[in-house]
Design a protein around this ligand. Structure first.
Ligand code: HH2
Length: 275
């Protein structure tokens, strides 16, 4: 069992899978853009996700979908902070999905307890030290390139080996910034600079990341490789997502980041019983 402490509590990995519900407070996210931009609706959605089995809610104010338009820190803060503050008051565990230190800092001040950084500290030189000072767990995700360019014909010799080496290097960088090893969670970044075949291979070989000795998070929910495999539009990928969630859990995923919380909580619970 691996205990990961956040300010005021802890997650104990190894016993069961944690379900992270996605809350995009954005006008342009790939599957739910515009749905939760209104703070009241966002808070209601978060409450529903918790009722349906989410252990934590991942709040983001900037879309990272391929080609997404960057957003200023001020705009991102304006979107996420009021929502986080209200969720924190209701004791809902919140992670902040951001690559900007100013946004993360405002989010921690509003009550977010976990950092989810899709750039793995590379997006903002101040992020590592900020996370260290805040004493929060940090999800470090692999991405090849930037959201603007990442889907332009990504190539790897061996996608899993390359991500493992990336994680080794990024762990060193995180430790140098003062983040303790036992606060780190790794995520191979499904869909971030990967072809559909790369995403499938990562999922088939997910157990190879276990050698790094840290909990694994994975975000397959509704992503385009599922649409490509099944010929389904973004609002019709729940079954495909369920298959990926079950497969990931059987190969060692500790956190699954999902939009369809009710369905994926069932999948996670059932798969945990079969593991
Ligand atoms: N995927 C997305 C965003 N954040 N964080 C982690 N750790 N892992 C992921 O796979 C991941 C992530 C993209 O999905 P979504 O938030 O639904 O869309 P958008 O970036 O368009 O807001």
């Amino acid at each position: 069992m691996t205990l990961v402490r956040y300010p005021g509590g802890s997650l104990s990995f190894g016993r069961r899978t944690y379900v992270m519900g996605v809350l995009n407070v954005t006008p342009d996210s790939f599957s739910d853009g515009g749905d939760w931009i209104d703070p009241d609706r966002a808070v209601r959605r978060a409450r529903t996700m918790v009722r349906e089995g989410a252990d934590l809610v991942d709040v983001g104010g900037e879309s990272t979908r391929p080609g997404a338009r960057p957003v200023s820190a001020e705009e991102e803060i304006r979107r996420v902070v009021p929502v986080i503050a209200r969720l924190a008051r209701e004791r809902i565990l919140v992670s902040i999905d951001s690559s900007k230190a100013a946004v993360a800092e405002a989010a921690f001040r509003a009550g977010a307890k976990i950092l989810n950084d899709v750039t793995a500290l590379r997006g903002d030189p101040a992020m590592g030290r900020l996370a260290a000072r805040a004493g929060v767990p940090v999800i470090l995700m692999h991405m090849k390139g930037s959201p603007r360019t990442m889907q332009r014909n990504p190539e790897y010799r061996d996608v899993v080996k390359e991500i493992v080496s990336f994680f080794r290097e990024i762990l060193r960088i995180a430790l140098r910034a003062g983040i303790s090893r036992d606060k780190i969670i790794l995520d191979p970044g499904i869909g971030f600079g990967k072809s559909p075949e790369h995403n499938l291979e990562i999922l088939r070989r997910l157990d190879e990341f276990r050698s790094l000795g840290r909990p694994l998070a994975i975000g397959t929910s509704r992503k385009s490789f599922i649409g490509r495999a099944l010929g389904r539009r973004v609002d019709d990928r729940v079954s495909g997502t369920a298959a990926t969630v079950a497969a990931a859990i059987l190969r060692g995923a500790d956190v699954v980041r999902v939009h369809d919380v009710r369905e994926m909580s069932d999948v996670a619970h059932m798969t945990d019983l079969l593991r």
